[in-house]
Write a protein that binds this ligand. Sequence first.
Ligand SMILES: [Zn+2]
Length: 65
Amino acid sequence: MEILACPVCKGDLELRSEEEEDDDVILGSLECAACSESYPIEESIPNLLPPELRRELAEQENLTQ
Ligand SMILES: [Zn+2]
């Protein structure tokens, strides 16, 4: 998997894998050493939305449930 830059500070992200398959990280997270933000990886898709936006979307989902 290509390691991307932190969307908040453009720092390097550190990959933490909890579950791997054929060199793909299925479950884990990308963590930014520079700003301590962490981005979840679920079903091998990294969620690199800025944390604020991610929280906003989560709140909207809660409202519609
Ligand atoms: Zn960062």
